[in-house]
Design a protein around this ligand. Structure first.
Ligand code: ADP
Ligand code: MG
Length: 143
């Protein structure tokens, strides 16, 4: 399946009051919102989500940032969702992100970069299930 991805509007996005603007940009790019909630990640949950980065020097700072306030995970649907969403958000480092991308427009730093996007179909499926139970997804729209 290549039509689903997980976005997270990260704590800096919520704090900067940008939820509406960023979701508008995502929907204007043709993504359908399939599931959405606001959560404050626990340390364990954030560490589990970013397990792949646990040996990186920025890991502890990343966990502190991601648990610093509420965030908004969103399951998105679109043809070619993973790749198209990565294009829409731009490079991890906003100074290297293309003009018009969400990170270029709104991000302050390589860490506080406004939004997460899955990097593969396999990770998208795992990441959606990190935030949404199978029952929730089924109850919402037969996901
Ligand atoms: P992406 O979110 O673009 O997929 P990565 O998966 O490489 O990027 O990293 C996950 C997150 O960790 C980034 O979005 C960012 O918040 C943070 N991060 C990545 N690289 C750095 C870095 N060099 N310094 C600080 N934080 C970083
Ligand atoms: Mg990544």
């Amino acid at each position: 399946m290549n039509n689903k991805t997980l976005a997270i509007l990260k704590p800096d996005c919520v704090k900067k009051n940008l939820i509406g603007k960023v979701i508008t940009q995502i929907q204007s790019a043709g993504f359908k919102v399939s599931a959405l909630k606001m959560v404050k990640l626990t340390e364990d949950s954030a560490k589990g989500f970013y397990e792949i980065h646990k040996e990186r020097p920025f890991f502890n700072d990343l966990i502190a940032y991601m648990t610093s306030g509420p965030c908004v995970p969103i399951a998105l649907e679109k043809e070619n969702a993973v790749e198209d969403f990565r294009k829409l958000i731009g490079a991890t480092d906003p100074t290297k992100a293309a003009e018009g991308t969400i990170r270029k427009l709104y991000a302050d730093s390589i860490q506080e970069n406004i939004v997460h996007g899955s990097d593969s179909d396999e990770n998208a499926a795992k990441e959606i299930l990190h935030f949404f139970s199978r029952k929730e997804l089924l109850d919402i729209n037969g996901f």
